[in-house]
Ligand binder design. Structure first.
Ligand SMILES: [Zn+2]
Length: 270
């Protein structure tokens, strides 16, 4: 005999669950005499739970509610009280880069397939790892393999300077068979990192880009422009007068380019 309050469950909503039909334990292959109810969860899943569990609201969802509560606890700055912590901002940054396609650097992370380890989706679990693995307020998180994921085995805490050496934007540059990262070339040559970077972006060859003296000498060369039938005292003067880049004219007279802006240049031997 099924109690009236049980039969009346059908069609009713219990938190995220809507009761669909009553099912015996036996028909579910379970032992015991409990009566089960098939429920549709708001998230779309269907589950079976005992009528008692559903009616007393011990079971409120297919399990998705718990997950959502966990996520809320992590993203809700008020409830876990860690929002002002530096480590929390690091965690949020990591999640944002990998999971939020509105994040400006998402294209370098999430879009490239870089993922955050499942256990780290939980802030407190990430924090626990961080504190156990040498975190302090002067360090930043670094992936040992920068094509790899944010996982406990691929991550470590390093200084900002070390980080700069490792970042993806830090190009490797080979000059005369020697390969170093841009930051190291900058330190060695005494030329500003940004200066070198912008020179390279303008198309200057790496050797010139990391060597100021060489560059100055190169631009002090007297050049002859074939089409204009004119000699210029220096590359700089020619560049200014003709509206071209010094580096481009330099490339012409050094044989790295045929012409610049449709003009041909020759070095004037004095
Ligand atoms: Zn659900």
């Amino acid at each position: 005999m099924i109690k009236k309050e049980t039969t009346e469950m059908i069609g009713k909503k219990y938190d995220r669950l809507t009761a669909l039909e009553l099912v015996s334990a036996k028909s579910l292959g379970k032992s015991g005499t409990s009566l089960y109810v098939k429920c549709a969860c708001d998230c779309g899943k269907e589950i079976y739970a005992t009528t008692t569990a559903v009616r007393t609201r011990n079971t409120k969802s297919c399990g998705c509610l718990r997950k959502d509560v966990l996520i809320k606890r992590n993203t809700d700055s008020i409830t876990h009280g860690c929002s002002k912590e530096r480590i929390y901002n690091i965690w949020r940054g990591m999640i944002g880069r990998c999971k939020n396609n509105k994040n400006i650097v998402f294209k370098y992370y999430g879009q490239k397939g870089i993922k955050v380890h499942n256990s780290w989706l939980d802030f407190l679990s990430f924090k626990k790892w961080a504190l156990k693995n040498g975190y302090n307020d002067k360090l930043t998180i670094d992936r040992k393999d920068y094509n790899g994921n944010y996982t406990p085995s691929n991550c470590r805490w390093i200084t900002q300077a070390e980080q700069t050496r490792n970042t993806r934007s830090n190009r490797l540059i080979t000059i005369d068979g020697e390969t170093k990262c841009l930051a190291d070339w900058a330190t060695e040559s005494g030329i500003n990192y940004i200066t070198i970077l912008s020179r390279l972006n303008r198309g200057m060859n790496p050797k010139d880009a990391v060597s100021v003296r060489r560059l100055k000498r190169a631009f002090c060369v007297k050049v002859f422009c074939v089409e204009k039938n004119k000699t210029f005292e220096t590359i700089s003067v020619a560049a200014k007068e003709l509206g071209l880049h010094k580096e481009a004219i330099s490339a012409c007279i050094n044989g790295r380019a045929k012409s610049s802006g449709g003009l041909h240049f020759e070095k004037v031997i004095t």
